[in-house]
Design a binder for this molecule. Structure first.
Ligand SMILES: Nc1ncnc2c1ncn2[C@@H]1O[C@H](COP(=O)(O)OP(=O)(O)OP(=O)(O)O)[C@@H](O)[C@H]1O
Ligand SMILES: [Mg+2]
Length: 203
């Protein structure tokens, strides 16, 4: 379980997040939503260990994030990151992009690509495939080490509605604790956990 206790964040004098406490169940799918500037990316950066909050504590299965001794290893082994821009390397194929992020065999990588319905794109370069396919490749890269947590910031920000639906459904179906920051509520399902921010506060 992931737990936030009284998290606040400031940039200089400006309060960006205010006293956020919440718990995220293992294996759940959570969407952080809210208007532009409400603090979604900041909150996601904090829960994904990329940004240290000014105040408050973050726990992974009871272990406080500041007590994680090998934070780089923890990120590498336990966390998968997906961003609005896919950040695939343009000079490498889809397969090579994923292979460089892991020690998995070709067979394992191909199996993952098949499960994401992009097996036929394995040898293609990012420029040769569609935006939705690129985002699926980025999700494959985030998943290849079977992380416990997947954090995605506006993963559908550059996609049309159909591809957004595909990416949301894919993230929702992953065997991990998944948190997505997205201003697009049209893809939320009643079974999703929804966290709404307004001016840096839970509402
Ligand atoms: N590095 C920074 N320095 C100063 N202020 C920042 C910084 N990053 C974000 N902010 C401010 O924090 C607030 C929240 O930003 P954040 O990016 O978390 O919002 P968001 O909800 O993700 O917005 P969007 O939907 O546009 O992505 C904004 O007012 C933003 O200007
Ligand atoms: Mg954002």
């Amino acid at each position: 379980m992931l737990r936030l206790e009284h998290i606040s964040h400031f940039y200089g004098q400006e309060g960006i997040l205010h006293d956020i406490s919440l718990e995220i169940e293992e294996g759940s799918f959570t969407v952080i939503t809210g208007e532009s500037g409400s603090g979604k990316s900041t909150l996601l950066s904090i829960v994904s260990t990329l940004l240290k909050p000014t105040e408050g504590k973050l726990y992974f299965d009871g272990l406080e994030s500041r007590d994680i001794r090998h934070l780089n290893r923890f990120r590498k082994e336990e966390i998968g990151f997906v961003f609005q821009f896919h950040y695939l390397i343009s000079h490498l194929t889809v397969y090579e992009n994923i292979a460089m992020a892991s020690n998995r065999t070709r067979q394992e990588i191909e199996a993952l690509l098949t499960s994401l319905d992009i097996a036929e794109l394995s040898g293609k370069y990012p420029d040769e495939i569609s935006g939705g396919q690129r985002q699926r490749a980025a999700i494959a890269r985030a998943m290849i080490n079977e992380p416990k947590y997947i954090f995605a910031d506006e993963p559908t920000g550059n996609l049309d509605s159909g591809n957004s639906q595909i990416v949301f459904d894919l993230l929702r179906g992953l065997d991990a604790t998944v948190i997505v920051a997205s201003h697009d509520h049209s893809k939320i399902k009643p079974t999703d956990r929804v966290i709404t921010l307004k001016d840096g506060r839970l509402c």
